[in-house]
Design a protein around this ligand. Structure first.
Ligand SMILES: [Fe+2]
Length: 309
């Protein structure tokens, strides 16, 4: 095999000995009751998988190593850890799929807030908190931050009432609460609902860069690829509102040293923010003003045809 990925003549000779109809036979085994989407996607997946195996002359041992990686990811996954998703993340797949799903929205000027990957650490049923409350409990260090802004209709710029922000981020030790027995349950998480003015505000911490968990298959892959596991400091959000297309996103600290080499490739320019020094509030040293812009389902279906709302 030539090092640039083009199959050399020796390899081509070996591959010619393979059954030329094999892949088509596998694809043709799909039954009549398979849905059109399943038929299309799986035919493509089988084709690419087989081409990948042929082009790289994958051996049984190498294939088994891949199978074991998938099995190990499954064994490690619990309701507190999603290793399969993490493997996808270090391969850039979740970020790519996110970009494909929201491709028109993410780069258009004055578009709705861009999306970013959910990641494996979101938890259902984060506690509902009152506006102005903190999500920080039992942590003394870290840069206290007052985050505030509005949830707006991206087109009319009108405030959205009843929008819910579900927020979560890591502690200064780089761990989400479900990874860290020393943190209270649901620490650094909360759900806030806007009133008529669409405004929100709460206290959090300036997020810390952290390594994704690298004691499992995702970490093994990073090691084999000579890559680091670090993510730039970020805060996760899911923003929902009645009648509006929900967004899953993250905002990133511009000053973080990993802002240009996120281990899971999730940073987008429009999601990079500045934490500003904040005076006169004993509860915060930094301020983070940020507005979220949502598209109504009507606008989403009209202007962002890739959205399936
Ligand atoms: Fe995260």
């Amino acid at each position: 095999m030539a090092s640039n990925g083009i199959i050399d003549s020796e390899a081509r000779n070996r591959l010619h000995k393979l059954d030329p109809n094999f892949t088509q036979n596998v694809i043709s085994a799909t039954g009549l009751r398979a849905s059109p989407r399943m038929r299309k996607v799986m035919a493509s997946l089988i084709q690419h998988l087989h081409d990948f195996a042929r082009e790289n002359e994958i051996t049984v041992d190498e294939w088994m190593a891949g199978v074991e990686l998938i099995n190990e990811a499954g064994r490690m996954s619990t309701d507190r850890r999603n290793e399969g998703q993490l493997v996808c993340d270090v391969l850039g797949l979740e970020s790519l799929v996110d970009e494909i799903t929201y491709k028109l929205a993410s780069d258009a000027k004055d578009a709705p807030t861009a999306t970013a990957i959910l990641g494996p650490f979101w938890r259902e049923d984060a506690p509902a908190r009152k506006m102005g409350e903190t999500i920080v409990f039992g942590i003394e260090n870290g840069d206290r931050t007052y985050m505030h802004g509005q949830v707006l209709d991206y087109r009319t710029r009108k405030p959205i009432e009843g929008a819910e922000l579900d927020v979560w981020h890591t502690a200064p030790n780089g761990l989400y609460e479900q990874q860290d027995p020393d943190q209270p349950d649901m620490n650094l998480r909360g759900r806030f609902t806007t009133g008529k003015d669409g405004k929100y505000n709460f206290y959090c911490l300036r997020p810390t860069s952290y390594p994704i968990p690298y004691d499992g298959p995702a970490g093994k892959l990073l090691q084999l690829l000579d890559r680091h596991p670090m993510r730039p400091g970020h805060i996760h959000f899911i923003v929902t509102a009645p009648g509006y297309k929900p967004i899953v996103t993250q905002i990133f600290d511009r000053s973080d040293k990993h802002i240009t080499d996120d281990a899971v490739f999730a940073v987008k320019d429009s999601l990079v923010v500045d934490f500003l020094p904040y005076k006169g509030d004993p509860n915060a040293d930094f301020e983070l003003p940020y507005d979220f812009r949502l598209a109504s389902y009507d606008d989403a279906s009209k202007e962002f045809s890739s959205w399936d709302g």
